[in-house]
Write a protein that binds this ligand. Sequence first.
Ligand code: CIR
Length: 268
Amino acid sequence: MRIALVRDVSPALERCELSFQERVPIDLELARAQHHSYVETLTSLGCQVEVLPPLPENPDAVFVEDTAVVLDELAVITRPGAESRRGEVDSTARALARHRHLAYIEAPGTLDGGDVLRVGRTLYVGLSARSNHAGIEQLRAHLKPHGYEVVSVQVRGCLHLKTAATQVGMLKSAAAEVAPGLLLINPEWVDKSAFQGADFIEVDPAEPFAANAVLVGGELVYPASFPRTRARLEQAGIKVHVVDMSETEKAEGGVTCCSVLFQDQAAG
Ligand code: CIR
């Protein structure tokens, strides 16, 4: 069973952090309705959804991805790069403690889950506006005993590594431990050479924010905002489930940001 942690949209969303985007008005009711559809899409793809307690005072609390990195063996609770977001992690930690042994990123380290792209036993981690060398080193130390490799990747011009690249194709089983698989990428924001052995689909140049997709069991949850890139994905034979996320996109969030996905161990 695959679990999806999510959290409802905060009423303070319009006071969100913004780094590379201009502030524009956000329709809160629409944001809530869109988030509801997103959660329904995850449910339709077989995820068991766990809703974290609301954090009405935390504008960016809907972007739960940034608060934890969950692997089979443990969960690493992050220390988000934006100070305004550090209050989000405790409630994620309490929920994850029911599923995993916990490890923590500590000062001076910073790490946002949006910078962590896991492909097999490799975690590509964005060196970004939010995640620093110390945070990446701590993640490496937590994961090394479990046989994971952590590869830091320079990100430029966008918020997180997963704004610039996400996995859109399953790994072939024989290569699962070594090959990065098929990545959707904006090569302006991250160099392809960081992902040795990967295949790539590039975003349409008119859609720079189009590289963020959620891969669930071989199918994609993908934003309605990027039809040209979606056509490229569908041409490659990828099954795409479209969600309209216009309002959280105004808060600089993509589709991966709104959930933390992991396997329920109790169910084996
Ligand atoms: C922030 O700047 O932290 C939020 N406004 C957006 C976070 C998006 N999270 C993600 O891409 N994983």
